[in-house]
Design a protein around this ligand. Sequence first.
Ligand code: NI
Length: 302
Amino acid sequence: MENSPQPSSLEPSNKQMDEALSKLSRRGFLLGAAALTSCAAAPPLVQRQTAPEAAPVKTASNSGYRTPSVSGAAPRNPDMPMPSNFGKNAGVTFSRVHVSGKYIAITFDDGPHPQNTPRLLDILRARNVKATFYVIGRSVNLYPQVLRRTVAEGHEIGNHSQTHRLLSKLSDSELRQEMSLCRDAVGRAAGVMPRTMRPPYGGLLQRQRELVRAEFGYPTILWSVDPLDWKRPGPGVVTSRILSGTSQGGIVLAHDLHSQTVDAMPATVDGLLRRGFQFVTVSQLIAMQIEAAPQASAAASS
Ligand code: NI
């Protein structure tokens, strides 16, 4: 997985706004207004050019956050304030979940990526879609600010190992290290803990799946829809494969590492919403499981 070494400058708007504010206050413009503008909202004296990026994000102290509407009218996923806790008996492996409504989970593997992930987050935010990101710990360490934004905007983070090796070839102690290093990287960067894992390449032995379920609490999450987007077939093909392959309770596999995949997402997400699907995170999908059926394993690439 190649990663561009260029660091991203996420959330430039706050910095830009700070600079604008300090310029204004140096000129004395804000002497009267400063006391009135203690909240995060843009004060009326500041030009609104940075307003979309300066929208508030969800934080512990901002529990009333709702994803803002975007003018222009992409279809919008409804708010899904559903439980995401699942019990110890919820299952060891899932490639889909048996649920009673048209709920699906879309997942993005192999990030965070400094350009493609933020672009994807913009697309998801405009549609109020919460996704699940299976991140590589090594990339989290490179781009922690991208992970922080992902979490702040309400997405779920899953464990995709530290170095993206084929875990089925590893010893138990190496497997534990791959899981714990990624888990700790996510915790350091964004203050959350993954609750599920996806093995790179879908490769994890049954015995290993039971180990990570018992020791880390992670169900192994495979997928029901694989558009083979990593082969870069073109955004239109990615979209049509996902639209034709997705059904109730499905788990869609995609990769935010690839710009083509991100290019495919507006049409993909809009098409799924127009077909009546509602997006939830993987943990939410498992939490609404209506019976624990044995899950077939899938093989392929992730
Ligand atoms: Ni992967």
